[in-house]
Design a protein around this ligand. Structure first.
Ligand SMILES: [Fe+2]
Length: 211
């Protein structure tokens, strides 16, 4: 699950989601979306709000995993989640991704915000070269912290470069945009599906060739 499951998490909402997951009986990995920890007008830096609400409300969804990064192997494919719901990647997440990629096993990356794809808008992409305070048109409407003056951190750019040069990465599943898109970047597909509130879902089949 790649986030924006809730429009700010009530305890009842979390219970409902957990109940649905239990009934489905499928293995799952959850990474937060910005709407899962931010309510419009709620003051504070995004990284702090995320840490607070991941601990206070979203915690049961992580099944004991670190909210910032996790991995679950299902039928020989490693599903790796990295929380970039504040548009940034921290050094621990970059190191974690690199350690997973170094295992040389088939891997799918789960992100809330898709990675920048050439030709896409600024809001679309984590790692967009023009992302930053000067291009943040919605911070007043959304009543949230403005994107930083300095744009993305070097770690975020480095993460994007690492991802698209990972030969064992089969694809990226992302959310945030709430409309169906497909980009293929350096041979790696990145998919976003329609908003789950519309009932949309995406069925992806991963085929691992046997040597
Ligand atoms: Fe989002």
């Amino acid at each position: 699950m790649v986030g924006d499951i809730f429009s700010f998490p009530s305890e009842a909402g979390i219970e409902w989601a957990l109940d649905q997951l239990k009934q489905a009986g499928l293995p799952y990995l959850y990474t937060a979306g910005n709407h899962d920890w931010h309510y419009e007008g709620m003051p504070g830096p995004h990284a702090e709000l995320r840490a607070t609400w991941c601990e206070k409300r979203l915690k049961p969804l992580y099944q004991g995993e670190n909210p910032l990064m996790g991995v679950r192997e299902i039928n020989g494919v490693r599903f790796v989640s990295i929380d970039n719901s504040n548009y940034e990647i921290v050094p621990e997440q970059l190191a974690f991704f690199k350690s997973q990629a170094a295992l040389k096993q088939p891997m799918v990356l789960l992100l809330h915000i898709p990675l920048y794809a050439p030709g896409r808008t600024i809001g679309y992409g984590c790692g967009h070269p023009q992302w930053g305070a000067a291009t943040d048109r919605n911070y007043e409407i959304e009543r949230r912290e403005r994107w930083p003056e300095t744009g993305h951190t070097p770690t975020t750019f480095k993460f994007r470069r690492e991802v698209f040069r990972s030969p064992y990465l089969m694809g990226i599943l992302a959310g945030h945009i709430h409309r169906p898109t497909l980009d293929v970047i350096q041979g790696i597909p990145q998919l976003v599906t329609n908003a789950n509130a519309t009932g949309a879902y995406l069925k992806v089949e991963c085929v691992v060739a046997q040597e």
